[in-house]
Write a protein that binds this ligand. Structure first.
Ligand SMILES: [Zn+2]
Ligand SMILES: [Zn+2]
Length: 112
């Protein structure tokens, strides 16, 4: 697979205690619901020009979870969250980078 080719989700399971995304390179991504909600990249959560966080984590319920998800074009996923927020578009690249599985956590810890 060419390195510039986008890795895509094969299957997205929002029913468990974490969101599980199976990627087409065989990787199984694990994403706690609230962690992904707090990483929402929409314009009301992150200031577009500066990247400054506008979302107050305290305003997001501890038990927030994805109620629905859908693909956006060929490059991103959109989630409907239980706090009625849905404007964030999570690119596959950003989702892959946010993976919290043991292998990804270890790979990040090795980076300088
Ligand atoms: Zn948002
Ligand atoms: Zn991973």
């Amino acid at each position: 697979m060419a390195t510039n080719e986008i890795i895509k989700p094969v299957d997205v399971d929002i029913s468990g205690s974490s969101i599980i995304i199976n990627w087409d390179d065989g990787h199984r991504g694990i994403y706690p619901h609230r962690m992904l909600r707090l990483r929402c990249p929409c314009a009301s959560c992150v200031e577009e020009m500066t990247g400054r966080a506008l979302l107050d984590p305290d305003s997001v319920p501890q038990d927030v979870r994805a109620l629905d998800q859908m693909a956006v074009g060929q490059y991103a996923l959109q989630f409907l969250w239980s706090d009625a927020h849905y404007t964030g578009i999570y690119t596959y690249r950003a989702l892959r980078a946010a993976c919290t599985c043991i292998a990804c956590n270890e790979a990040r810890a090795r980076q300088p």
